[in-house]
Design a protein around this ligand. Structure first.
Ligand SMILES: NC(=O)c1ccc[n+]([C@@H]2O[C@H](COP(=O)([O-])OP(=O)(O)OC[C@H]3O[C@@H](n4cnc5c(N)ncnc54)[C@H](O)[C@@H]3O)[C@@H](O)[C@H]2O)c1
Ligand SMILES: O=C(O)C(=O)C[C@]1(C(=O)O)C=C[C@@H](O)C=C1
Length: 377
């Protein structure tokens, strides 16, 4: 990363703010400059210490920058590119974080001189919460980060951006722009559409009042529907072709399911459910080349204040590092479960004995709990 003396983030919201924070946290020594259309965000980012300099204009922001990262909604790119293109250094690298990549390649070709090295980017990490307040230095840790070089992107540019991605804690994955849009339609955009429709279904069916009773199922499948509506509207239109294909598939799958139910085809319905379980259970294991597997334990805990603190304190005091933590099916006034992922099998075993011996008898190694449950069913 020494090859970038100055990095500029245009857009200091969730993604731009998190990137700047990650670089600072991980000891980047160069200058970090930030620009945002909202002057308050520039000032706040400076106060938080995640940027060294808040630029007042786009021209000032990109001057001398060796890497410029566009972190605004894609809809703002044409205006930003028009204003910055004449002031980019000839040797500068330009990248972005937009959720669709084919359209971005086209926009850059229209507005930016071919001498400027451009490579699209897209971190597969985010949140339904936007803005600088939601930014986090650890947002990209262990996340995949797509890089989509164009026709004119030099190998050296790809290598430099791979270093940048690793410097914020993520795993770079190089793919074509169109391929990216196909993949993300399936793993992000169509799931988002499904979450939106499932949420609106409540209203459609006149069941809006029952939302108060929602347990883990509804919450898990619809969390992302709280995402920024303007950002998601853009994503659907910029990736329209792939979204339309996804909708066609969904329509035919729903139709098929309806027929199976009507015709009481229990075996086929069960096949379908088994297939989904098989695919879903395999999600973390599906990409071992990029993402190191985690060794999980699951702890059944009471739903009471301080319980998470007790768990993490026990782990910390015993010098173990939790790589991933997730609350499963939390229900008020009842029991919940906490899943923790560790980097090694040894840590997993150690955590298991520390927690069982430390007041959490219902601690299970991954797999053990499911087996125990299925025996009792
Ligand atoms: N939110 C996610 O989960 C996520 C994940 C990966 C990628 N992305 C992509 O990242 C980009 C930013 O998303 P975000 O979640 O950080 O949004 P955000 O709303 O949190 O931040 C966007 C920032 O850009 C600023 N901005 C808007 N127009 C501008 C302009 N013309 N000039 C300068 N600043 C401007 C806004 O003031 C805001 O601070 C989007 O293109 C999105 O597709 C989002
Ligand atoms: O976890 C979330 O809240 C997200 O919505 C993140 C998520 C996704 O995984 O679909 C959403 C859109 C981005 O382009 C990348 C990541």
């Amino acid at each position: 990363m020494d090859f970038f003396n100055k990095i500029t983030f245009i857009g200091l919201g969730l993604i731009g703010g998190s990137m700047a924070a990650a670089l600072k946290r991980r000891g980047y020594k160069g200058e970090i400059c930030g620009y945002d259309a909202l002057p308050d965000s520039r000032e706040e980012a400076k106060k938080m210490g995640i940027i060294d300099h808040g630029a007042n204009t786009l021209q000032e922001a990109v001057a001398e920058a060796e890497l410029v990262v566009l972190c605004t909604p894609i809809a703002a790119y044409p205006q930003i590119l028009r204003k910055t293109a004449p002031f980019l250094r000839r040797e500068a690298i330009l990248t972005d974080v937009g959720s669709v990549k084919g359209c971005v390649g086209e926009l850059v070709n229209q507005h930016v001189h071919r001498d400027i090295q451009f490579i699209g980017g897209h971190p597969m990490a985010g949140s339904e919460k936007g803005g600088l307040k939601a930014a986090s230095a650890t947002l990209f840790e262990n996340a995949y980060y797509f890089l989509t070089p164009g026709q004119h992107t030099a190998r050296e540019t790809v290598t430099k951006l791979e270093s940048f991605v690793k410097a914020i804690g993520a795993y770079p994955v190089v793919v074509g722009q169109r391929e990216h849009d196909k993949i993300t339609a399936r793993i992000s955009h169509i799931p988002h559409l499904a979450a939106v429709l499932l949420t609106n279904l409540l209203d459609h069916e006149g069941g809006i009042n029952s939302v108060a009773f929602a347990g883990g199922g509804f919450r898990d499948t619809t969390r992302i529907a709280s995402g920024n509506p303007a950002m998601w509207k853009d994503i659907f239109f910029y990736n329209k072709e792939e979204i339309l294909l996804g909708i066609e598939s969904l329509e035919s799958m729903l139709k098929e399911f309806r027929e199976l139910l009507k015709e009481k085809q229990e075996g086929k319905v069960l096949d379908l459910l088994n297939k989904a379980k098989f695919i879903r259970d395999g999600v973390p294991k599906g990409m071992p080349d990029y993402m190191p597997p985690l060794f999980d334990i699951v702890v059944d805990v009471e739903d009471r204040p301080g319980v998470l603190g007790e768990l993490t304190r026990l782990i910390g005091e015993n010098h173990m590092n939790i790589k991933e933590i997730e609350i499963l099916h939390a229900r008020e006034g009842e029991q919940g479960a906490v899943r923790m992922g560790f980097a090694t099998a040894m840590e997993q075993k150690q955590a298991f004995s520390v927690l069982r011996g430390g007041g959490f008898p219902r601690t299970y190694m991954k797999g053990e709990k499911n087996d125990a449950y299925s025996e009792s069913c």
